[in-house]
Design a protein around this ligand. Structure first.
Ligand SMILES: Nc1ncnc2c1ncn2[C@@H]1O[C@H](COP(=O)(O)OP(=O)(O)OP(=O)(O)O)[C@@H](O)[C@H]1O
Length: 589
């Protein structure tokens, strides 16, 4: 994305746009006050030298100084608040976009990159919004105000300023190109370093067990060195740019001051005009020089903003399905006859259809239908699923079986709306996944309970982990889910029972216990459709039997779609064999 487009998109952020006009107005007022203040100062000096009364001029100068300082202070405070709001909102939007793109997309990105982006990356936008943008307005307004005043006081000096002033943005733009690529490189290196660091910390037990911690530390040092090198290059470019801009400004001022002195000595210029020119001219160069310095402070934030917008763009197709999906799987073009063209608003989200009654109830409701579905993951030649058909009716107890890699988890990802079919059709209680908008998918997911293959627990109490962010879930329901997940004995043995605080990712529990906490979480949702990916994979035979017994006691209106390899689990439901991996080759047209 070109830098100008990134800047335009940052300026269009609602939190920034709202204050942009006020910022320009404040800059214009500040420019007028600066000119008035220095003009008054020149007049005051001349009046003191001439021995005239200065009370009125002193009061006016004091008033202009106070007004300028107050306005500058307010402008800074507003810019700071705008920057804080805009970065918080952008971070929120990026996280929401990542959430809507789903775990497949997040898992497909380098570890730590999203963390670096939403943490330090977006924070880097603060100097751009708080310092650079207000300075840009001042750099446009103040030189114009100074030039107007100089034209009136001494046209010859105004001409020198007008001729030398453009040199600063010109040199700034030339150096800016270098600076941009240097800061972009620095940001890339930081992302890679964050990813490597997180990966190393998470994998430390494995690395130590294999005696490879030292090798990994060397790799980490190499990546850190690359980041240090990129940072030093960016700083060098910033320093040189400032030096060049300072030199240009100093030479321009010398070009202006020397003739002023000579004309003053020759008696061609009065003292007041000379003072006005000498006091005002530096003010024309100053904001442009400061702009150059602040450009560097904000450039890193702009590089991160580019990545943030890329995430938002990738999420856009899940909202507007008529655009190609940059996320998990490639959607097929929607035929003209299917689905609404537009994205439904939250208000348009269809309420869950009422359960059919009487004869209709006997024809069981189809919750999920996959028709000739093919799924492809980006960067993979072979499809993960090919020509797959499945019908799940309300009350069904199905278990997907098949060899590793045959696409069982992909079927669950389809039902969750995390991936979209490249070919074929997926109907989720009548909702065509291909044309489903974000709000419709959220409404559908609210009816699902999901146990992923590698569940994630959070730091907090066991009860909070089971209820997962819903503080109003009654404790009785949590206890019921814990019993159904065969976890009640474990809970009794914990120091504070249900309210025992767990560490990050369930630290303090065994792998099988974590699995059961996640199963209890899925069961606690009271969702009509349960998706369980290998619910008994890490359990001993007795615990597996207890979990399966609980599954068979599920109310008849709850539907179960599970994935399993273990014979006992497969035997507890109706098996749906997946096509063998060797058959996952699309027929040639
Ligand atoms: N995010 C992804 N990106 C690329 N390829 C993927 C991704 N997820 C799965 N695959 C590939 O898709 C195919 C099906 O994977 P899937 O996880 O659905 O299989 P599975 O039957 O659930 O396997 P297992 O029983 O081992 O869990 C595999 O070849 C896998 O390598």
């Amino acid at each position: 994305m070109p830098a100008s487009r990134t800047r335009a998109r940052v300026a269009r952020l609602p939190e920034v746009r709202r204050h942009l006009a006020a910022g320009w107005f404040a800059a214009a007022a500040l420019a007028a006050l600066t000119v008035a203040q220095l003009d008054l100062l020149a007049r005051l000096i001349v009046a003191v030298i001439d021995g005239r009364a200065v009370a009125g001029l002193t009061a006016a100068l004091a008033a202009a100084t106070v007004a300028r300082a107050a306005l500058a202070g307010c402008r800074e405070a507003v810019a700071g608040r705008t920057a804080a709001r805009a970065t918080a909102a952008l971070r929120h939007r990026v996280l929401a976009a990542a959430q809507s793109l789903g775990p497949q997309w997040v898992a497909g990105r380098p570890t730590g990159e999203l963390v670096a982006l939403t943490d330090r990356g977006i924070d880097g936008l603060t100097p751009y919004l708080r310092d650079y943008l207000p300075q840009l307005a001042l750099a446009a307004a103040l030189p114009v105000a100074v030039l107007i005043r100089l034209c009136w006081a001494d046209p010859a000096s105004a001409l020198v300023v007008a001729a030398t002033l453009p040199l600063i943005p010109l040199f700034g733009a030339l150096a800016g190109r270098q600076a941009r690529s240097a800061t972009r490189r620095q940001w890339r290196r930081l992302s890679v370093l964050s990813g490597h660091f997180l990966d190393t910390v998470l994998g430390l037990p494995t690395l130590r067990a294999f005696g490879r911690a030292g090798t990994h530390a060397v790799r980490l040092r190499t990546v850190a060195d690359a980041h240090r090198h990129a940072t030093m290059t960016a700083l060098r470019v910033a320093f040189l740019t400032s030096l060049v801009l300072e030199l240009v400004a100093a030479l321009s001022l010398a070009l202006l001051a020397v003739p002023i002195g000579l004309r003053l000595l020759a008696g061609d210029l009065d003292l007041r005009t000379a003072l006005v020119v000498l006091l005002l001219a530096p003010e024309a160069y100053l904001p442009l020089r400061a702009l150059g310095a602040r450009f560097h402070a904000g450039a890193a934030g702009l590089a991160a903003a580019e990545d943030a917008f890329a995430v938002l763009d990738a999420a856009a197709p899940t909202v507007a399905p008529d655009r190609p999906d940059a996320g998990a799987a490639v959607p097929r073009p929607r035929p003209a006859s299917t689905g609404p063209a537009g994205r439904p608003d939250a208000a348009d989200v269809p309420a869950p259809r009422p359960a059919p009654t009487g004869r209709a109830a006997r024809r069981r409701r189809v919750l999920v239908r996959c028709e000739d579905v093919t799924v492809r993951y980006p960067g993979r030649d072979e499809p993960a699923l090919c020509g797959f058909d499945l019908t799940v009716e309300a009350g069904d107890r199905l278990v997907l079986t098949g060899p590793s890699g045959s696409g069982k988890s992909t079927v669950l990802a389809l039902v969750l709306g995390f991936v979209r079919p490249a070919r074929g059709r997926v109907l989720l209680d009548g909702l065509d996944l291909d044309s489903a908008g974000r709000a419709e998918l959220a409404a559908w997911r609210a009816r699902l309970g999901w146990l992923p293959q590698r569940p994630r627990l959070f730091a907090g109490t066991l009860a909070a982990n089971v209820a997962l962010g819903a503080p109003d879930v009654p404790e009785a329901r949590i206890r019921r889910a814990i019993r159904a997940a065969a976890l009640d004995e474990v809970v009794t043995g914990l120091p504070a029972g249900l309210h025992t605080v767990l560490g990050e990712n369930g630290h303090g529990l065994s792998a099988g216990q974590r699995q059961r906490v996640a199963l209890a979480r899925a069961l606690c949702r009271d969702a009509p459709l349960l998706l369980l990916d290998e619910p008994t994979a890490r359990l001993d035979a007795d615990t597996e039997a207890a979990v399966l017994a609980a599954a068979t006691r599920l109310p008849a209106d709850r539907t179960l779609l599970a994935v399993a390899h273990r014979p006992a689990t497969i035997a507890a439901a109706r098996p749906v064999p997946m096509p063998p991996v060797a058959e996952l080759v699309e027929p040639r047209p």
